[in-house]
Write a protein that binds this ligand. Structure first.
Ligand SMILES: [Zn+2]
Length: 115
């Protein structure tokens, strides 16, 4: 396995120097995206969009938390800024967790008190 130079994902099947290799994590297509944009720019865009797992045909890592992302980015020497972290957490909450909230949280039950 090889490491993606954009997002630090360690599961690339081929080295990123192979054209057409696409990172399952950030979706960078090597030999195309990285010719048009710097790695920093690709990383910035991916983070800004909420650092979403890109490859729908491949299961994302079981631990795809923001803490996992912080560790993954260290592979490429990138430290997630606290403002980026907050933006990613908010984006994830909007996109996924809202739909997963238990219905009782969405429709609070009235609590009656008995003496
Ligand atoms: Zn990547």
């Amino acid at each position: 396995m090889n490491t993606c130079p954009v997002c630090g994902y360690e599961g690339l099947e081929l080295p990123y120097t192979e054209d057409g290799n696409i990172c399952s994590s950030c979706g960078t297509e090597f030999g195309y995206d990285d010719l048009l944009n710097s790695r920093e720019e690709l990383r910035r865009r991916w983070l800004q969009a909420g650092a979403v797992w890109w490859d729908a045909t491949m299961p994302r890592p079981a631990d795809w938390s923001v803490d996992h992302l912080v560790r993954q980015l260290r592979n490429v020497g990138y430290q997630l800024a606290s403002t980026e972290r907050m933006a990613i957490e908010a984006e994830r909450l909007n996109n996924t967790q809202l739909a997963e909230l238990p219905s009782m949280l969405k429709y609070p039950v009235e609590v009656t008190h008995r003496d």
